[in-house]
Design a binder for this molecule. Structure first.
Ligand code: GLY
Length: 389
């Protein structure tokens, strides 16, 4: 006994005085976050209006939106992710109820966001349950989305409205890359290669026209629909036309990583790694980008948790596709650890039921600045789930 004590004691003393703090394992971190997410989701599911979807929180009240709002698929998707992690039936019930609200969006042909709306809700339902109705909804929605394709331009049109005196003819935003996931999934499921052709054409045209030599991307490229020529390159949600709006860079990373998943086309992998390497060289120490990488106010500027969450999810997937993905994985881990800290992760019962704090929706539009946003929550849980797997 004395012998054992004399062997163990030096280690115990070394441990006490070495100054190294115990770091929470990523498994424990995921358990902690999902437990908090489950409490928040239950709160949200119990308080949300039966016809509306959660959008943000202004410090006192929940801000909701009609299912037509581009974010309507994220809360149902978050509920599906919580159901997947916890296995608790009540989250499946909530998820089915919230997913059903989004169904009418399957008919929308004048907004590219039908991809986000349906893929994050019905797409998750189909992935987890194999429900045949969910699959039918995805199919209808994919055809609606593809109807916005113009073969002369080679892209799907993103927006059908004008903003702040714009006169766009055929605007395509980098965010649209995310909507291709619905087309690629349905093309495979229903054996409809023409849906994949639309997605591939859109990705190739975006790869050619949206990027700058340093692999940052413009937010919006406006095309002439009659001949496919470029009219202008602009920003709507970024600091300036030639700046790197953080969430746009996140959509770009995720979009090309996802397209590589479906096609194994080396040019998509090459583009995703170029974007990833640009991000590794520009992200701040804690992994959370300022809302625009080129804001002149940095470091006195708002961070955007949503962009970090989307990037983390993409970095984890991309790490699997390259020979040595350790730098991508360690950036994702850093981002997830920061997002799981008290600074970003809401105390259960606060934050209007949202999981994360501190995102920026649209700074130039003076809307949703330093607030919770449903897509930050969705991609945060998606990333944690992927990391754990
Ligand atoms: N798709 C709109 C946004 O990222 O804010």
């Amino acid at each position: 006994m004395t012998k054992l004590f004399s062997k163990v004691l030096p280690f115990a003393i070394a441990l006490l005085f070495c100054g190294c703090e115990h770091q929470e394992s990523m498994n424990d971190l995921a358990d902690r976050v999902f437990s908090s997410a489950a409490q928040q989701c239950e709160l949200m599911a119990q308080s949300i209006d039966s016809l509306r979807t959660p959008r943000s929180f202004d410090g006192t009240k929940l801000i909701t939106a009609r299912p037509k709002w581009w974010c309507s698929g994220f809360f149902p998707g978050t509920l599906w992710l919580v159901y997947e992690y916890t296995g608790e039936e009540k989250f499946r019930t909530f998820a089915e109820r919230e997913t059903a609200k989004v169904e009418p969006m399957k008919w929308v042909t004048d907004d590219h966001d039908v991809g986000f709306q349906i893929n994050c809700s019905f797409g998750q339902q189909y992935r987890l349950t194999g429900d045949s109705h969910a699959r039918e909804v995805m199919h209808t929605a994919a055809r609606s989305l593809a109807s916005g394709f113009n073969p002369t331009v080679g892209c799907i049109r993103s927006w059908y409205f004008q903003l702040r005196g714009s006169s766009w003819q055929f605007p395509v935003i980098i965010d649209n890359m995310m909507n291709l996931e619905l087309l690629m999934s349905v093309a495979e499921l229903e054996n409809e290669p023409e849906l994949a052709h639309v997605a591939v054409s859109h990705a190739n045209t975006t790869m050619k026209n949206h990027y700058r030599p340093d692999f940052t991307t413009f937010h919006l490229v406006d095309y002439n629909p009659a001949d496919g020529s470029i009219i202008d390159r602009q920003t709507v949600q970024g600091y300036a036309d030639d700046s790197a709006w953080a969430r746009g860079q996140a959509w770009s990373l995720y979009g090309f990583t996802m397209m590589y998943r479906f096609t194994r086309d080396a040019s998509y992998l090459e583009r995703a790694t170029s974007v990833a390497d640009m991000l590794l060289s520009r992200l701040p120490e804690d992994g959370i980008p300022y809302w625009d990488f080129d804001s002149p106010k940095i470091p006195d500027e708002y961070k955007d948790a949503s962009a970090a969450a989307v990037m983390a999810s993409a970095f984890i997937e991309l790490a699997d596709y390259v020979q040595d993905g350790s730098s991508y994985l360690s950036m994702a881990e850093r981002q997830l650890r920061t997002l799981s800290s008290d600074e970003y992760l809401a105390e259960p019962g606060t934050n209007g039921g949202f999981i994360l704090k501190h995102s920026v929706g649209n700074m130039p539009g003076n809307s949703e600045i330093d607030v919770p946003l449903s897509y930050a929550d969705y991609y945060f849980l998606e990333a944690l789930g992927k990391f754990k797997k």
